[in-house]
Ligand binder design. Structure first.
Ligand code: ADE
Length: 215
């Protein structure tokens, strides 16, 4: 699967793509990234990506031409979706992550929050928000979506079983996550002993399952 990202801050993706499972999945060629600098598609000397708003008002508006040209520069795959990140979009959730993970490609347009020329609506498929709060731009939102989508692609996670359990709990909306513990069995802070629940040490799988279902 390919993730294309249109942004005026491409460096925000540097460390995101160079760490952990995303990096491993790129190395394994399970996913591929194309970070496009919208500024590269300007034609003026100053590489202008925004301008004042028609009708007046505070704040700058992102210009439509560079974004349109950046979109045109992408050789689109068959099952592809163009997403504009905006707090006014449809709220992202796990079901959408599942749907997106079946596509060949996602194309994210990261606007800066102040605004983007409304004619962008003619060139995108969906507007998505990651929550009811305002970020400075869509870059972090795109990263949130990418992180939740790529891990649903077979091979990206070492442990498939954990993915199955997780999907089940999210769709059934129960037991989203149970408390987990690892060594040491007793963690002492001052004179306080923080212990792992006995049942988890019992080896009784039925009881452990019941414990986890009820926590
Ligand atoms: N851009 C600014 N805020 C956003 C949000 N909450 N979700 C998606 N894109 C955004």
């Amino acid at each position: 699967m390919k993730f294309n990202i249109l942004t005026i801050f491409p460096r925000l993706f540097d460390s995101f793509l160079q760490e952990s499972l995303i990096k491993k999945s790129i190395d394994k060629k399970l996913i591929d990234f194309n970070v496009v600098n919208i500024r590269d598609f300007t034609v003026d000397k100053h590489k202008t990506v925004d301008d004042t708003s028609y009708g007046g008002g505070p704040g700058m508006v992102m210009k439509i031409e560079p974004i349109y040209k950046a979109l045109k520069s992408i050789k689109k795959k068959k099952k592809s979706k163009i997403i504009l990140l905006t707090p006014a979009g449809k709220q992202f959730n796990q079901n959408m992550a599942q749907e997106f993970s079946k596509l060949d490609e996602l194309i994210f347009v990261c606007g800066r929050y102040e605004g983007i020329d409304a004619r962008i609506d003619n060139f995108i498929d969906e507007k998505i928000s990651i929550g009811s709060y305002v970020l400075n731009g869509g870059e972090i939102a795109a990263q949130v979506i990418i992180e939740s989508v790529f891990r649903l692609i077979p091979g990206t996670l070492g442990n498939i079983k954990s993915l199955e359990e997780e999907t089940f709990s999210i769709t059934s909306n129960t037991n989203f996550e149970y408390p987990q513990y690892t060594r040491p069995e007793v963690f002492e802070v001052g004179n306080k002993k923080h212990k792992v629940p006995k049942i988890l040490l019992s080896g009784d799988h039925k009881k452990i399952k019941e414990y986890r279902a009820s926590h």
